[in-house]
Write a protein that binds this ligand. Structure first.
Ligand code: 5GP
Ligand code: ZN
Length: 112
């Protein structure tokens, strides 16, 4: 998608601190971290949000969760939180599906 921030990051048009990429997904550190470690994992295919996950593309989500499981091990993170905000009312600001991975001592028990 031409005008999508995360598509531009995936294409390298906007710099990012990349952690990992493969044919299907891209992982990079959040520019405004909310915990000691905070990175994002996004599908390379532009999907606007979790509400657009279907039987046609859900394998991407499974793949992203496999990547998160492996990346967190590589980064030495034994406890972490995976968050997806879907829709403006839930705090989604970038309309390209992404999973936040947060870890660190400042993670509270509360979800909201
Ligand atoms: P959302 O609020 O949509 O769930 O999450 C969007 C996330 O993208 C936010 O945590 C925000 O800090 C991050 N973000 C916004 N612009 C950029 C950017 O240009 N680079 C990086 N690395 N992260 C960004
Ligand atoms: Zn996009």
């Amino acid at each position: 998608m031409d005008n999508c921030l995360f598509c531009k990051i995936i294409r390298g048009e906007i710099p990012s601190k990349k952690i990992y990429e493969d044919d299907l997904c891209y992982a990079f550190y959040d520019i405004n971290p909310q915990s000691d470690t905070h990175f994002l994992v996004v599908p390379k295919e532009h999907i606007s949000g979790a509400d657009k996950i279907t039987s046609e593309n859900s394998a991407l989500v499974a793949h992203i969760f496999e990547v998160i499981s492996s990346l967190t091990k590589e980064l030495g993170l034994s406890s972490y939180r995976i968050i997806n905000n879907c829709g403006e009312g839930a705090g989604q600001t970038v309309m390209h599906l992404h999973f936040h991975v947060l870890s660190g001592k400042n993670l509270g028990e509360r979800l909201v």
